[in-house]
Design a protein around this ligand. Structure first.
Ligand code: AMP
Length: 181
């Protein structure tokens, strides 16, 4: 339900943005695509495809043949950036690992630039949501680069647990097994 509510909020925001820069029919087309995704089918279309193609506005900070980075339209802190591959990869499993490495490299450079820029942050968080359960909303892989300043209100909510070493070792073995398959 909250996912639906937040989707409705995003739809209104995107519709308002689309009205400012493009004809109404374009916003309607976009809303229909979004509705398809929220119905459970994974729609291959994302707004990032339009941004990469130059069909939708973005405040770009970095551009090379493989990677684009731009300001998040709903920043959790000022200067919040998204780093995206130019080829379509809906999730980590579809992303060429070399390109994944490049996303991280660009993220590193941007973290340094954020500290030097007028954003003037003291720290940076990287965040990547892979899958609906992880909070992914746009199905085109993207690395969030989030500038941090004291008391900025950003944080991850989680409850740490204290498993036995034997349980950790058991899981480590299971994961090693999956890696070697
Ligand atoms: P995630 O939940 O990791 O999939 O994050 C998707 C992010 O994309 C959110 O932080 C949105 O604010 C951001 N976003 C969605 N549409 C746009 C857009 N047109 N321009 C920039 N950022 C966007």
């Amino acid at each position: 339900m909250s996912r639906l509510r937040s989707a409705a909020g995003r739809l209104r925001a995107v519709a308002a943005q689309s009205r400012a820069v493009a004809p109404r029919s374009r916003a309607v087309r976009y809303l229909r695509r979004f509705a398809l995704r929220d119905s459970g089918a994974v729609n291959p279309y994302t707004i990032f495809a339009d941004i990469i193609a130059g069909r939708a506005p973005a405040s770009v900070v970095y551009d090379d043949p493989d990677v684009l980075a731009f300001l998040d339209i709903r920043p959790v802190t000022p200067g919040h950036l998204l780093v995206v591959p130019k080829v379509v990869a809906r999730n980590l499993a579809e992303l060429d690992p070399a390109l994944g490495g490049k996303l991280f490299q660009v993220g590193q450079r941007l973290a340094a630039a954020l500290r030097e820029s007028e954003v003037g942050c003291d720290g940076v968080n990287f965040f990547l949501a892979d899958g609906v359960t992880a909070g992914q909303e746009v199905f085109h892989v993207h690395l969030h680069v989030i500038p941090r300043t004291p008391g900025d209100g950003f944080g991850l909510r989680a409850r740490a647990t204290s498993p036995q070493r034997a349980d950790l070792d058991y899981l480590a073995g299971s994961i090693r097994g999956a890696l070697s398959r």
